[in-house]
Design a protein around this ligand. Structure first.
Ligand code: MLT
Length: 311
């Protein structure tokens, strides 16, 4: 009977699927790298979310591990090249949390444009800041979406009713353009220059360099907002903080950080920034979907050799 370790907390539905498929399952969360190294030789499959870092040391210690499954989209916590070198396959669950992430992105956009966090905090305190809170509307504005995978596409569909122009920067869009007549594919620089709101929905660059540089901020509209619910290192937080303080852009909303959990960060307490703790994908609905997907995919692979959503 194959044996699988779930090393991050996730919906119990994953465990139930493995049990139904007669796959032996252990759920052990919050383990250190050394603790995982000790037990990993027992397992044929490993299921993670983002907390477990599947390092070279863990992969090297595995004796019979054949598959690593990520309940979620981003696989930057898994050393994929090294896993492949060691004949392991890596799977993720693309699309499983795309709606959740796109809806949270939309919530961030509205929060920062309408100053909801400040309005909420001050109203709770009995301060009546009505005169000091003036928001901005989406109507007639340009939304720039960088990356047009599941989340970017979903966001573009969500905002359809808001009378916005939607610019996209995506290499893969050209071949599927006819499916998305509501967006226009443009260069990165054009998005930077023309957008009122720029939202990142792409992978983090492999070289670790931020996609947006100091110079880009000088080319953005001073009234523009930057949204990042993709990966922290896409945006250099110091450069963003400077751009906000120098009034090069109007505001930002950030769900992902260069270092997570973010216990301290240069953006903390900047009143122009709305922050959330990497929760864009965290909905009851999405957590069930990604757990179901990863458990079914790993079961199918271990029992029948079927490979779905390999990366
Ligand atoms: C993802 O990559 O699926 C999301 O960022 C959610 C997460 O990492 O937990």
């Amino acid at each position: 009977m194959p044996k699988v370790l779930i090393s991050d907390s996730m919906s119990k539905v994953a465990q139930k699927i493995f049990e139904k498929n007669n796959i032996s399952i252990d759920v052990k969360t919050g383990l250190s790298e050394d603790e995982i190294i000790k037990i990993i030789p027992e397992y044929d499959g490993l299921v993670v979310r983002s907390a477990t870092k599947v390092t070279k040391n863990i992969i090297s210690a595995a004796k019979k591990l054949k598959v690593i499954g990520r309940a979620g989209a981003g696989v930057d916590n898994i050393d994929i090249p090294f896993a492949k070198e060691n004949n392991m396959i890596v799977m993720n669950t693309p699309g499983g949390n795309a709606n959740a992430t796109a809806e949270h992105t939309f919530a961030l956009i509205m929060s920062v444009l309408r100053k909801i966090p400040f309005a909420n905090e001050t109203t709770h305190k009995g301060q009546w800041e009505k005169k000091n809170i003036k928001g901005n509307e989406l109507s007639k504005k340009t939304l720039g979406i960088i990356g047009f995978g599941n989340v970017g596409v979903r966001l573009s569909n969500l905002v359809k009713g808001f009378d916005m122009k939607i610019l996209v920067n995506s290499k893969s869009l050209e071949s599927r353009k006819k499916d998305f007549p509501h967006v226009e594919n443009v260069s990165f620089d054009e998005i930077i220059n023309k957008s009122d709101i720029i939202s990142f929905h792409c992978k983090a660059p492999k070289d670790g360099k931020p996609l947006i540089t100091k110079e880009h901020y000088t080319n953005m509209k001073p009234t523009a907002y930057l949204i990042n619910a993709a990966r922290g290192n896409i945006v250099d937080e110091k450069d963003l903080n400077n751009a906000l303080n120098e009034n090069l852009i109007a505001g930002a909303a950030i769900d992902v950080f260069s270092k997570e959990p973010a216990k301290e960060n240069i953006l903390f307490n900047n009143p122009k920034v709305v922050l959330t703790p990497h929760i864009a994908a965290s909905t009851s609905e999405a957590s069930v979907v990604v757990a179901e997907m990863v458990a079914n995919q790993i079961s199918d692979f271990l029992l029948k050799g079927t490979k779905i959503n390999t990366v």
